[in-house]
Design a protein around this ligand. Structure first.
Ligand code: PFF
Length: 450
């Protein structure tokens, strides 16, 4: 009592290594894994895409993630501040792009995430009946073109996101991720058990796992890289920001590997929850973005206790989404806190509100209530700018920064000042210097098609 613990650095910190890993995995595992990954696999022909995805993620993805964590912990600052401190010159622009990407991605992410709340409730209020008559598509169309509904759920989701970020690193983000991530895993296992025990499940598993390399094109590789970056939350300083709250004794390489592994595991497992069910009921695996909100309710409506499984699925998607959205908001909040001196409460509520408002055009756009931008819905345009432009550009610059400009600093940070030699250091350096920038640059140029 009465003794004050004086610390030289009063920056907030993760309470434990496990807490950091759950938070970083929470950021990575999101709509990208459960909503996007299965339909991208479906559209790219199944098994062969999965193999390419695994290779890309573990070679390039894990390396860039390690670079981001090293930069963040080395500087102990937000994305902009880190580049200002370690790089100077024009480097802070990389951080700036990250903060802007955070605003943009969260604006539309909050809209889609809001749908998960709506669908949790709809599971028990008529969705199963409508879907069993083959009308899940119409129901989805009617829902997304109802602005009041969509904005209401978006607001609800954003409120939850702001609340968690407002509570802080240890008492907010870490605490919620430590509950929601294991919860998500359990729910996923329940769904997998249900899916693989359906009659006819084998056809789905075969589609998912049997590689058919005749379906692989340049476009397949590009989709795999784009998907990997978005899924691992890379290229916008998210792992820089999270790394800045990590203490100096934790080992970074195993943390980056574990997060990459968990993210990939959840994406991979999501396929086992979805494809067997889709095939067992003769639905279309290449349905695209509608796979989750249209095809799955139809599948659930044909099962005993379908409403319960539908609820479990959308709850799982909600957990995945909110543990990611808090990381997007935290990138922005950390910048306003560190660089502009705002306190956490002000930054969370003000920025959360601004991002919510920025998301309203996206919410309106799907029902055609907002003008298209050069032929794209506003939501798709936002997604394009962030995922196809800002993230890859950020990824290239972060790799170059780590591999050439701040290499010694990175090496020290990764080996905890030489105390923990990193066995793959030589390989990692060349992935950052050459492999990642070149591969991402190719994807970037190809991805410029509007
Ligand atoms: N990784 C998240 C997902 O897969 O849904 C999305 C995301 C979160 C992207 C945080 C970028 C980010 F900084």
């Amino acid at each position: 009592r009465g003794v004050m613990v004086v610390s030289t650095n009063d920056r907030e910190q993760w309470g434990s290594r496990l807490g950091f890993i759950m938070a970083a995995a929470g950021s990575a595992v999101g709509l990208g894994n459960i909503w996007r990954f299965p339909y991208v696999v479906g559209m790219n022909g199944g098994g062969a895409f999965v193999l390419i995805y695994l290779a890309i993620v573990f070679i390039i993805g894990a390396s860039v993630m390690l670079a981001e964590m090293a930069i963040g912990r080395g500087a102990g600052l937000n994305a902009v501040g880190s580049f200002k401190k370690l790089g100077g010159g024009a480097w802070p622009l990389v951080g700036w792009m990250g903060v802007i990407a955070g605003f943009i991605i969260l604006s539309f992410y909050g809209v889609v995430a809001g749908w998960t709340i709506a669908y949790m409730l709809k599971s028990f209020t008529g969705l199963m009946e409508v879907a069993s008559q083959g009308k899940a598509g119409d129901a989805f169309g009617a829902f997304v073109s109802n602005p009041t509904q969509v904005i209401l759920y978006q607001a609800l989701f954003m409120f939850g996101t702001i609340w968690i970020v407002f509570k802080g690193i240890g008492e907010g983000i870490e605490k919620y991720c430590k509950v929601m991530m294991p919860g998500l895993f359990l729910l996923l296992l329940v769904l997998i058990l249900r899916a693989v025990t359906l009659d006819g499940a084998m056809k789905g598993i075969e589609f998912y796992l049997k590689p058919d390399f005749s379906k692989v094109t340049g476009g397949t590789v590009l989709s795999a890289l784009g998907q990997g970056f978005f899924s691992l939350s890379l290229g916008m300083g998210c792992m820089i920001t999270y790394g800045s709250y990590l203490n100096k004794d934790e080992a970074l390489p195993s943390a980056a590997f574990t997060v990459t592994f968990l993210d990939t595991l959840v994406a991979f497992l999501a396929g086992f929850a979805i494809f067997p069910a889709v095939f067992a009921f003769n639905m279309e695996p290449a349905a695209g973005p509608g796979l989750t909100f249209i095809t799955l309710p139809s599948v659930f409506s044909k099962m005993p206790m379908g409403a319960v499984f539908s609820f479990v699925f959308f709850l799982l998607l909600f957990f995945a989404a909110i543990t990611s959205s808090v990381s997007l908001l935290e990138v922005c909040v950390a910048y306003f806190k560190d660089e502009l001196g705002w306190d956490r409460a002000k930054a969370s509520w003000v920025l959360g509100l601004v991002i919510f408002l920025l998301g309203v055009p996206s919410a309106l756009s799907l029902g055609g209530h907002f003008p298209k931008i050069a032929g794209k819905d506003f939501l798709d345009a936002m997604d394009f700018v962030a995922s196809n432009l800002l993230l890859p550009l950020g990824g290239i610059l972060i790799s170059l920064f780590a591999g050439w400009f701040w290499l010694d600093g990175c090496k020290k940070e990764i080996s905890n000042q030489g105390r923990l030699p990193f066995v793959f250091e030589g390989i990692w350096v060349w992935i950052c210097r050459l492999v990642a920038p070149v591969v991402i640059a190719i994807v970037f140029v190809k991805g410029l098609k509007w």
